[in-house]
Write a protein that binds this ligand. Structure first.
Ligand code: HEC
Length: 113
């Protein structure tokens, strides 16, 4: 009895925290940033194409096709974290690309498939 009552309170607190987070997030200026696909394609050619090929299909010798595995079938947020943190042989771009540049690259990646 008391157990289920407590769960209810926790659920309500979580709901409130979630709503507050969404409110804060929607007020942040970054959320107004519109990714620039042209800048994204330039960054891609400079930073990514040597391993992934110009079209992201690993068209160069030993290149890595971005569509392998769950490659691009993930949300923008997950893609963002992967680019920032790196994965396996994919280098981390933390400190190399800023947040807006990563968003630009993601906008470009979305045009590849
Ligand atoms: C030094 C070579 C190299 C460079 C440069 C590189 N990558 Fe990768 N990338 C890899 C390798 C290797 C993998 C496969 C990683 C694995 O799954 O082990 C990969 C995988 C990926 C994946 C798929 C991740 C997954 O979850 O399977 C994405 C997306 C990706 N790279 C994006 C990028 C972007 C965007 C850039 C440029 C900002 C970039 N990579 C630059 C080597 C590179």
């Amino acid at each position: 009895m008391m157990f289920s009552g407590r769960l209810g309170i926790y659920a309500r607190i979580r709901g409130l925290a979630g709503a507050t987070a969404v409110l804060i997030w929607s007020c942040m200026p970054q959320s107004l940033y519109a990714a620039d696909v042209f800048s994204g394609s330039e960054i891609y050619l400079m930073e990514c194409s040597r391993c992934h090929g110009n079209q992201g299909r690993g068209d160069m010798a030993g290149g890595i096709d971005l569509s392998l595995g769950d490659g691009l079938r993930v949300s923008d947020e997950q893609l963002f974290r992967r680019i920032e943190n790196g994965k396996g042989g994919c280098p981390s771009f933390f400190g190399i690309l800023d947040e807006e540049q990563i968003q630009d690259v993601i906008a470009h990646l979305r045009t590849l498939y």
